[in-house]
Write a protein that binds this ligand. Structure first.
Ligand code: TXA
Ligand code: MG
Length: 341
């Protein structure tokens, strides 16, 4: 049986959150309960990372496979020493440049970090988020907080409190609502137990920015055994209910027109204005650059889904900068989309 809560949503100022709201959230974390909170990437579903019963609630609330490890959030680099006995020199260099920020470092697990948190692995993934609300909560809770994205497993990640409620209403005690997330795609996950480090998931810190600091970064496909070390990549992810198709900007309209001819209700996600008008088309124009695409990506997928689209055509982008993370999420959403026909 799922636990059913009366989920409380508390609005907080993103820059200066009310200390009483933070104290309430921190108390719940210390009591082993679940709290959803904003980070600069996406909303997280947090629990005390060192309390196995609390972490078990995360898996239950999300419907998450038990072997998919969870990122542990800490308020500063100094706190990393409480989670690992061996801080690789590379971790210090990367943290100095990117923390707080959307970079997760995979290091060896200290013995007291529960196996449930690490999905049974001997490593633990850690990051310092760059959001005043997340940092205030982490400081007040005075313990590391395990937090995956606050969506039901397989669904697009939540970039506002409304998305969290769509998926987890009744499954989380408290949602701290600080408005939309600034980055919109999750953190970059980098394994620094190896040299060169291995990019396990592209994200908010670009590969180019990492390479400017550490030189070469290895990709998982260069090292076959790594597949087993990034368990999250095996599962269906980010998928809307509609079938998702990718097309370059110049081909979005033609593909959509063909699908409309076949009688489908079509959603379009693109950065270019379109000529296409049709009663069965829903268009979501994402104005601006890759950062804007990243910020609006998951919200657009959810919105087009809600509008009843059977097929969504999303504009593909070049894999430079944030484009690498955007295409990673779009490809996995496309692979996992089920369709309704
Ligand atoms: O931006 C983010 O990272 C957000 C916010 C809330 O911090 N969190 C997030 O968590 O995206 P989640 O659980 O949705 O994705 C975590 C990813 C998964 O692919 C997981 O397999 C991987 O990180 N991961 C976690 N611990 C790992 C470990 N010890 N070794 C390898 N991969 C790990
Ligand atoms: Mg996730």
């Amino acid at each position: 049986m799922d636990e059913a809560y009366a989920t409380i949503t508390v609005r907080v100022d993103p820059e200066r959150p009310d200390p009483a709201a933070i104290a309430q959230a921190a108390r719940l974390i210390r009591d082993g309960e679940l709290v959803a909170f904003p980070t600069e990437t996406v909303y997280g579903l947090g629990a005390d990372a060192l309390n196995p019963q609390a972490v078990a609630r995360i898996f239950q609330a999300k419907g998450r496979p038990a072997d998919n490890p969870i990122i542990v959030h800490i308020p500063s680099f100094q706190d990393l020493a409480s989670l690992t006995l061996a801080i690789p020199p590379l971790a210090g260099v990367l943290a100095a440049r990117f923390w707080p920020g959307p970079l997760t470092l995979v290091v060896q697990r200290a013995p007291h970090v529960p196996h449930i948190t690490t999905g049974g692995l001997e490593t633990v993934a850690v990051r310092v988020p760059a959001h005043p609300v997340a940092l205030a909560l982490l400081r007040a809770a005075q313990r590391p907080v395990a937090a995956p994205s606050a969506n039901r497993s397989g669904r697009p990640s939540p970039t506002c409190a409304g998305h969290v409620l769509e998926d987890l209403q009744g499954r989380v005690k408290l949602v701290l609502d600080a408005g939309p997330c600034a980055v919109g795609v999750e953190s970059t996950v980098l394994d620094v137990t190896q040299d060169p480090p291995v990019l396990l998931r592209p994200g908010g810190v670009t590969l180019e920015a990492l390479e400017a600091v550490v030189g070469h970064v290895a990709m998982p496909r260069e090292l076959d055994h790594v597949a087993g070390r990034s368990p999250g990549t095996r599962y269906r992810h980010y998928a809307p209910r509609a079938t998702l198709l990718l097309a370059p900007a110049g081909e979005v309209e033609t593909l959509a027109a063909r699908l409309l001819d076949e009688g489908r209700t079509v959603g379009i996600m693109t950065r270019l204005p379109l000529q296409l008008r049709h009663p069965r088309v829903r268009v979501r124009i994402i104005s601006g650059d890759l950062a804007q695409y990243a910020r609006e990506l998951f919200a657009a997928l959810r919105e087009l889904d809600t509008q009843g689209c059977q097929v969504i055509v999303a504009e593909s982008v070049g894999e430079q900068g944030l484009g690498l993370a955007i295409m990673d999420r779009l490809r996995r959403a496309a692979a996992g989309s089920q369709g309704r026909e």
